[in-house]
Write a protein that binds this ligand. Structure first.
Ligand SMILES: C[S@@+](CC[C@H](N)C(=O)[O-])C[C@H]1O[C@@H](n2cnc3c(N)ncnc32)[C@H](O)[C@@H]1O
Length: 287
């Protein structure tokens, strides 16, 4: 396991995923019923953008830093809420001397949205990152950090006793069969917990492979968001990614339809939101 999310914190892919994450949690916690949240691939929880990892790549400059530089008045509501959540996290560390210094990872964004009584499990397999995640939430009993395989925990924890749940699956895509593992996890999740909301991140390095993955998801209610940014000449850095959301809450599509084109224009990129027609048949889903 070589992947360290610290190198990519706050980049365009985090922007897409975390914008959606904040909005999903806002909508899912609007109902007065307990929610179970599982973050299968959690990372360390928070990132120092000037630290050794993020500071080396500077990927946040073409991501979150661009959003923060926009005039607040023109921001779509979902973007404004996401940036507010980022600012709340950054402020915990005190004045940073200008600009954003500390960026929240998915567990921090989830934690900020939870209410008393909600339940949250965050899995991180990398020993060092799992330790950092534990430290990030030391003393916080609202989150259970597990140094375990998130795919196995997904299988074990669904359906949740709360009967309302959200699962974020955000793997590093180091393994060559990650698309297959991801599709299998979604199928297993849906079989155990068909009404759960799932958000699944994927890179787009090969358009055909990404499209084939989406085609296998087999969920009748889903939407897919994709973001592409211009590549830097001479690098092999990721320039496109997607987030598939299964069983999205009411009004999520509307919020993303407003936010995505704005994000794309600020990042000089292109975005698309794909919602299959309600009558589209679900593809066959092997076990
Ligand atoms: C893309 S990063 C997660 C970023 C995080 N979700 C966020 O948005 O801030 C993927 C993480 O999954 C961890 N990981 C890899 N395989 C895993 C597995 N099978 N179960 C749990 N964590 C895993 C990696 O060490 C890495 O920290």
């Amino acid at each position: 396991m070589n992947y360290r999310h610290g190198y990519h914190a706050g980049n365009f892919a985090d922007v897409l995923k975390h914008l959606a994450l904040c909005e999903l949690l806002r909508l899912l916690t609007a109902k007065d019923k307990k929610l179970f949240v599982l973050d299968t691939h959690a990372g360390t929880g928070g990132y120092d953008l000037a630290g050794t990892l993020a500071g080396r790549t500077g990927e946040a400059a073409a991501g979150i830093a661009r959003l923060i530089a926009t005039p607040p008045a023109g921001r779509p509501a979902a973007v404004a809420r996401y940036l507010a959540a980022v600012a709340v996290y950054d402020r915990k560390f005190g004045p940073s001397g200008g600009g954003l210094r500390h960026y929240p990872g998915s567990p921090r964004l989830v934690r900020a949205a939870l209410r008393p009584g909600d339940r949250f499990i965050a899995c991180e397999l990398h020993a060092e990152d799992a330790l950092a995640l534990r430290r990030e939430f030391a003393g916080d009993r609202a989150i259970e950090v597990r140094q375990e395989d998130g795919y196995k925990v997904l299988k074990a924890m669904l359906p949740p006793v709360e009967r309302r749940g959200f699962v974020l699956i955000d793997p590093p895509f180091e393994a060559t069969d990650e698309f297959e593992r991801l599709a299998r996890a979604v199928r297993q999740g849906l079989r155990r917990f068909a009404t759960g909301c799932y958000a699944v991140w994927y890179p787009i390095k090969d358009e055909a492979a990404a499209a084939a993955f989406i085609a296998t998801l087999g969920a009748p209610r889903r939407l897919v968001m994709e973001l592409r940014i211009p590549g830097e000449a001479g690098t092999t850095k990721l320039t496109a990614c997607g987030l598939a959301v299964i069983n999205p809450p009411w009004r999520f599509e509307e919020a993303m339809a407003e936010a995505l084109p704005w994000i794309a224009s600020v990042l000089d990129g292109r975005a698309r939101l794909v919602v299959p027609p309600a009558s589209a048949p679900a593809p066959a889903s092997p076990a």
